[in-house]
Ligand binder design. Structure first.
Ligand code: NAD
Length: 284
């Protein structure tokens, strides 16, 4: 892991590609909102944007990156193939659609948004392997710099570990009280970088008294504490806000260090709420 002193510092993926250590989330921002807020974020110094075909805002994200003027090569863009496009040919087509929405000729990172799971598909492993084969081909052709998955638990990941190119990233729900230890350990053992979606518990963490008290000790907000806690655990946070002051606040996490004692206390917190979406039971 590289140092984490500014939002452009990077983690290094197992193929040596660098990924800026603080991402900017765009879920539930429509195209116009994504355009305006991503532009603000990039102008403020964020260099890593997380979008997905399923968010229906890729065009706004692409336009913001172009109009920010910092140069496509200086912004790390992630997108994801959604569940309705799992499979080989469908993934190849979905990728072309994503590039044309973003108006770019490559992606930095492409993820399988959710695994096909046993409760919906008898041949779930084969479906994930077919999707992965398409992503591998695009990666080997240089059209994607890194490939990975999202919401994969160890049993979903295991089915991909015998393939030619192993996943470089797993983006999972991760915040205090929801640390998915088994998945995180599996990823660490296999050199897969974990990214945190919902690092603020989609806002649910922000009213927790233990977190608020701990944050106050450092003169920081609860949001900043949650973001820094991810980083100190070696997990890449993707906080989302469309409000300029909060976008700024969420990037100001490189001027303090959470003590080992406080890290331990947060790491051991019980479940205090989350999305409730389990990849093995979701109905989408
Ligand atoms: P989050 O934990 O980032 O929380 C966002 C919420 O917190 C918003 O309602 C926002 O208004 C509020 N907030 C943000 N900063 C704040 C601050 N400083 N003070 C007070 N309130 C603040 O939740 P999220 O958006 O669900 O997750 C982050 C990103 O992760 C998404 O935008 C998306 O890019 C990604 N994501 C991926 C998946 C997946 O399945 N792969 C699922 C959900 C989200």
């Amino acid at each position: 892991m590289s140092n984490i002193h500014n939002p452009q510092s990077a983690f290094t993926l197992h193929n040596n590609y660098k990924i800026p250590c603080l991402g900017y989330g765009t879920w539930r921002a429509d195209e116009q909102t994504a355009f305006a807020s991503v532009k603000i974020a990039v102008e403020m110094g964020y260099r890593h944007i997380d979008t997905a075909a399923g968010y229906k805002n890729e065009a706004g994200v692409g336009q913001a990156v172009r109009e920010s003027g910092v140069g496509r090569e200086n912004v790390f863009i992630t997108s994801k193939v959604f569940n309705d496009n799992r499979g080989y040919k469908t993934t190849l087509n979905a990728f072309e659609k994503t590039l044309s929405e973003l108006k770019t000729d490559y992606l930095d990172l492409y993820l399988i948004h959710w695994p096909a799971s046993a409760h919906r598909f008898d041949n779930w492993e084969q479906i994930n392997l077919d999707t992965w084969r398409a992503m591998t081909e695009l990666y080997k052709a240089g059209r994607i710099k890194a490939i990975g998955v999202s919401n994969f638990k160890p049993h979903h990941l295991r089915a991909l570990m015998e393939t030619e190119v192993k996943p470089m990233v797993n983006q999972i729900e991760y915040h205090p009280g929801q640390t998915q230890e088994e998945t995180v350990s599996f990823c660490r053992e296999n050199n897969i970088l974990v990214e945190a979606w919902g690092p603020l518990g989609q806002g649910r963490m922000l009213s927790n008294p233990t977190l608020a008290e701990t944050a106050a000790k450092y003169g920081k907000s609860t949001a900043q504490l949650c973001i820094k806690w991810c980083l100190q655990n070696g997990v890449l946070p993707l906080p989302k806000s469309v409000t300029e002051s909060r976008i700024k606040e969420n990037s100001e996490v490189f001027d303090f260090e959470i003590s080992a004692e406080d890290m331990k206390r947060i790491n051991e917190m019980p479940y205090i709420g989350g999305s409730g979406n389990d990849p093995d039971t979701v109905d989408f």
